[in-house]
Write a protein that binds this ligand. Sequence first.
Ligand SMILES: Cc1cc2nc3c(=O)[nH]c(=O)nc-3n(C[C@H](O)[C@H](O)[C@H](O)COP(=O)(O)OP(=O)(O)OC[C@H]3O[C@@H](n4cnc5c(N)ncnc54)[C@H](O)[C@@H]3O)c2cc1C
Length: 218
Amino acid sequence: MGSNCGWECEWPPALLEAAEGLPLKNLRVHVGNESSRGELVITRYGLEGPPIYRMGPTLRNMQRPELFLDFKPERTAAALIDRMGRVQRNFVREARRRLKLDPGTAALLQHLPDRGPWKSAEQIVAEVKRCRIGLLKPRPVAEAISSAGGVAWSELDEGLMLKNHPGVFVAGEMIDWDAPTGGFLLQACFSTATHAARSALDRRCDGPRRKPPASDAQ
Ligand SMILES: Cc1cc2nc3c(=O)[nH]c(=O)nc-3n(C[C@H](O)[C@H](O)[C@H](O)COP(=O)(O)OP(=O)(O)OC[C@H]3O[C@@H](n4cnc5c(N)ncnc54)[C@H](O)[C@@H]3O)c2cc1C
């Protein structure tokens, strides 16, 4: 299964028309008890971006994966309501101007199903602070930066050799581990590959000598 990858969700056509490819900057993404700061991008199929990549393991364990976006993590709801002043209509347009929301956020507030029409500053600010997005599934593994799953550690000996297939060694993403991007994946691949290669060499030198080929036996 894909890891460090985008997630799919169902965007209404009007939202896609307004916001496909737009970034959602400086937000905080909440998933369960975890949260992560950063930037997401609205894509044709869902969402991409480092915060959602980091939350992948938690999302994969959820029966109904969902996340909550806080578009203004550095401001309290009370402060945002204060900034909205005495607005009585055009809530999305006013929120965009007064709260300095980016166009992608405004498009979500405008077009996400079951949210509007907004009737008060309190109501729209509550959505700005906690906007629920239900997710369907991660993007296919072919598109992912890395993969989750693989050969279980319990199937390997200390030298990363398959217990059930002596002489066969595994390394890198063949093994069941996961890590965030930023060099951790590559480091784990280099480390496990070096260890498996050394183990294979040790086994070749120390292990039972193979029967020499017929030409050498003379
Ligand atoms: C777009 C992208 C960006 C990334 N950025 C980062 C990053 O910034 N930092 C980071 O740490 N990691 C990053 N990664 C992840 C990192 O590249 C991988 O974790 C790492 O390359 C995995 O190494 P691996 O040797 O396990 O597998 P791979 O690199 O996939 O190597 C497997 C090799 O086996 C070959 N192969 C497959 N099947 C067969 C077969 N049947 N016979 C023979 N050969 C076969 C394949 O052709 C391939 O060459 C990124 C990955 C992607 C896709």
